[in-house]
Write a protein that binds this ligand. Structure first.
Ligand code: ZN
Length: 277
C-alpha cells in the first residue's frame, strides 16, 4: 500500500549532526522554531554539558529526545581496546538515561586487521556485555546496519539481514534495529528483512536522507531527500507496514549543506520532508 505525503511535522526528528555548525543550544532553539518535534543527539553535542539539562531544555522547547547517537565500535584486535569500547558504551548508556533518550543507535564497528567474521563475533560479545546495563537503565540499543563501503572501519554489520540474524542470536529484549535508507536502499532483500524486523518487534528507528549520484564523498555527501535515487516512499511504506509510526529522523552528513546558512538548510529540510519522505 502506498503511503501518503507527510503533511504535518509531528513525526519530524533531526539528528544534531545534520546541522553540524549549530551547538546543541542553537539546534534546540532553531528546530523548535521550525516545528521539528524530535531530536537525536550525537554524543559530541554533549561535551561540556550536563546531559540531564540538555534533555530538559529539549523537552521544555516542546520536543522529545528520540535517541542518542552513537554507541558501538566494539571490534579491536586487542582485548584491552575491546574493554575500553565496552566501558565507553556503558557511559553512553548512562548519558542516554540522563538525557532521557530511550534509545542508543549502535554503529557496531569493524577492524580491517581481522576478518569480518571475527569483528561480528566481537560485536555480539560487546553488545551482550552492555545489554543488561541498558535494560536496567531503561535504554534500548538499536543496531544500525551500515552500507558495505564502511565494512573496513565502521561496521561489519552491513545488511538488515545480518542485523536481524545478530538480534536473533542475542535474543535480548533491549536489542533491536535502526533502519537507515542511506545504508540499505540497494538491498534486494530489504522489503523481506523489514517485515522480519516487524515480526520480531524490533524496528525501533527510521533514518532518512538521499543518495546523490554521483556521490562525491563516501562519508559527507549525503543528499537531501528528493535529490537522489532512494525510493523513500516505497521504503516508508515497508517500514510502516510493520506498524512503525514513530519519528522519521533526518540524518544528513554533507559538506555542501554544512557550508550553507543553516536556517536556510533547515527550511529546505522541512520542505523536502513534506514533498519526498
Ligand atoms: Zn542513521
Amino acid at each position: 500500500m502506498p503511503v501518503s505525503p507527510l503533511t504535518d511535522l509531528s513525526r519530524l526528528c533531526l539528528h544534531t549532526i545534520t546541522t553540524k555548525p549549530w551547538s546543541i543550544e542553537e539546534a534546540t532553539d532553531r528546530y523548535a522554531a521550525a516545528g521539528v518535534k524530535g531530536v537525536t543527539v550525537w554524543r559530541q553535542w554533549l561535551e561540556g554539558r550536563e546531559p540531564v539539562r540538555v534533555g530538559q531544555a529539549i523537552r521544555a522547547a516542546g520536543m522529545e529526545v528520540v535517541s542518542l547517537c552513537r554507541g558501538g565500535f566494539f571490534p579491536a584486535t586487542d582485548a584491552a581496546a575491546r574493554q575500553t569500547a565496552i566501558d565507553d558504551n556503558r557511559r553512553a548508556i548512562d548519558e542516554a538515561a540522563a538525557l532521557g533518550a530511550p534509545l542508543i543507535v549502535l554503529v557496531c564497528g569493524a577492524s580491517p586487521e581481522q576478518s569480518l567474521d571475527e569483528s561480528r563475533r566481537q560485536i555480539a560479545d560487546g553488545i551482550a556485555a552492555v545489554a543488561d546495563h541498558a535494560q536496567a537503565s531503561g535504554v534500548r540499543l538499536a543496531v544500525e546496519p551500515l552500507h558495505p563501503m564502511y565494512a573496513d572501519l565502521r561496521s561489519a554489520i552491513n545488511t538488515l539481514g545480518q542485523a536481524n540474524d545478530l538480534c536473533d542470536a542475542l535474543d535480548l529484549p533491549s536489542v533491536g534495529v535502526a533502519v537507515d535508507v542511506y545504508h540499505l536502499w540497494w538491498d534486494p532483500n530489504l522489503e523481506a528483512e523489514i517485515a522480519r524486523c516487524g515480526q520480531a518487534g524490533r524496528l525501533w528507528a527510521y533514518h532518512v536522507c538521499d543518495w546523490r549520484s554521483p556521490t562525491e564523498d563516501l562519508l559527507n555527501d549525503r543528499g537531501l531527500m528528493g535529490e537522489g535515487c532512494i525510493p523513500l516512499r516505497q521504503i516508508r511504506a515497508w517500514v510502516e507496514s510493520t506498524g512503525f509510526d514513530g519519528p522519521i529522523e533526518v540524518e544528513i552528513f554533507s559538506n555542501r549543506y554544512w557550508a550553507m546558512d543553516q536556517d536556510e538548510f533547515l527550511g529546505k529540510i522541512v520542505q523536502a520532508y513534506k514533498e519526498h519522505v
